[in-house]
Ligand binder design. Structure first.
Ligand code: LCS
Length: 394
């Protein structure tokens, strides 16, 4: 594959090296360790003077295919695959947040990305401020002399609030901070944070990149070789490394990212518009709707509106529960970004560990229902929602 190949060519062929047996797909190197040609070769591998593999926590050829593929899609210097999205998030926190350091983060981040800071990193003297990063003045006001990272999730989970990445890069760099973007909701198909000025991008690979609800995983891509080296060192020292079999499945899922994303967001646009005109629906948050507060920014920053919708019903949480209990095609389950449609209630599920006060401030209201649109026939999904909404009697 040429370096300047198109996005879809990178999806199908990215990271793959010619195989000795000419296999079309990368082999699964299910081996914890690799032998050295001789003692000097072993020493050279450990000294970084030879790029031979040593031990699978420190690097594995199947995992490397995925790391190189995602790095090429995000236009970064290198990728670091992790056992989970939270493995990727905490690797980034650990790499840049030492005792006494401070991070400014989006208030509506994924629940665990927030609670790991509040409950665990705080034990080591790390401070965190959570603000609405779609409002640059809130970011500026939160930055302190000890701030090291500006961490942005856009679109945010679950409010679908959109933050201006290029603007955040300017703010971060003016204050000597690194800008980290969680790009899980868009995937590199719809948004490329490094091109917009971010220093580090990460994903819960569990979601759109893998796309088949059969793997938990994460990936980090750094813009510079130096950041890549530091992050790789932290990850391999701590050990949240991805398993080769896990990587093989993600490589398979990745190949169809564009066509899955296109189909899911085409469905999502129709469903969001349908929901917005339904008499029992109070509000809908979807970047493809003109009613989205950052509609213009979404048009500029993303090449599509994505497949995540949040909405609230006029009957509040009580009505939302009836809806969730009566869908038959959509699964009532957390996670997102797969070929199958999922529905969940963030306040009591994915964000249940976030305090009520913090949820309220971040706009994670009790009535918010999150809908991850899959690639089923849209008529069937609308019929399913229509039936579930008709079960709400009050
Ligand atoms: N970042 C975002 C934006 C996420 O949505 C998640 C998981 C993570 C990071 C962590 O990734 P994981 O370790 O789970 O692979 N989000 C979930 C959700 O909304 N429902 O279940 C998991």
């Amino acid at each position: 594959m040429k370096k300047n190949s198109g996005f879809n060519t990178k999806l199908v062929h990215g990271g793959q090296q010619p195989d000795v047996l000419m296999s079309v797909n990368p082999p699964i190197y299910q081996s914890s360790t690799f032998s050295f040609k001789n003692a000097d070769h072993g020493a050279a591998c450990f000294a970084g003077e030879s790029d031979g593999y040593i031990y699978s926590r420190l690097g594995n050829p199947t995992v490397r295919v995925l790391e190189d593929a995602v790095a090429a899609l995000e236009n970064g210097a290198g990728g670091i695959a992790c056992a989970s999205g939270m493995g990727a998030v905490t690797t980034v926190y650990l790499a840049y947040l030492s005792q006494g350091a401070h991070i400014v983060s989006t208030d509506a981040v994924y629940g665990a990305s927030r609670s790991v800071l509040e409950k665990h990193f705080s034990r080591f003297g790390v401070e965190a401020s959570f603000v609405d990063t779609s409002q640059p003045e809130q970011i500026e006001a939160a930055i302190r002399p000890n701030t090291k990272l500006l961490y942005v999730e856009t679109p945010a989970n679950p409010t679908i609030t959109i933050t201006d990445i290029a603007l955040c890069a300017d703010i971060a760099h003016k204050h000597g901070l690194r800008l980290v973007v969680d790009n899980t909701f868009c995937s590199p198909y719809l948004q490329k944070p490094l091109d917009l000025g971010a220093d580090i991008v990460l994903h819960s690979i569990t979601k759109f990149i893998n796309g088949h609800a059969d793997v938990v995983g994460g990936v980090i891509v750094a813009k510079t070789e130096a950041d890549h080296k530091l992050l790789y060192n932290v990850m391999t020292s701590m050990g949240p490394n991805m398993d080769p079999h896990q990587a093989f499945l993600v490589i398979r899922g990745l190949k169809t990212l564009s066509i899955r994303m296109e189909r899911a967001q085409e469905n999502a646009m129709k469903i969001a518009a349908w929901l917005e005109s339904h008499p029992k629906v109070a509000w809908v948050r979807y970047p493809g709707l003109k009613s989205h507060p950052q509609y213009d920014l979404a048009q500029k920053q993303q090449s599509g509106a994505g497949a995540m919708i949040s909405f609230g019903l006029k009957g509040g949480l009580k009505a939302g529960k009836v809806l969730m209990d009566n869908v038959q095609l959509a699964a009532l389950a957390v996670s997102l970004g797969g070929v199958e449609t999922l529905i969940q209630h963030p306040a009591s599920m994915t964000h249940s560990k976030v305090s009520s006060e913090a949820k309220l401030k971040a706009g994670i209201s009790d009535d918010l229902v999150r809908y991850s649109v899959g690639i089923e026939d849209v008529e069937d999904l609308i019929e399913d929602l229509d039936h579930a909404l008709s079960c709400i009697t009050e």
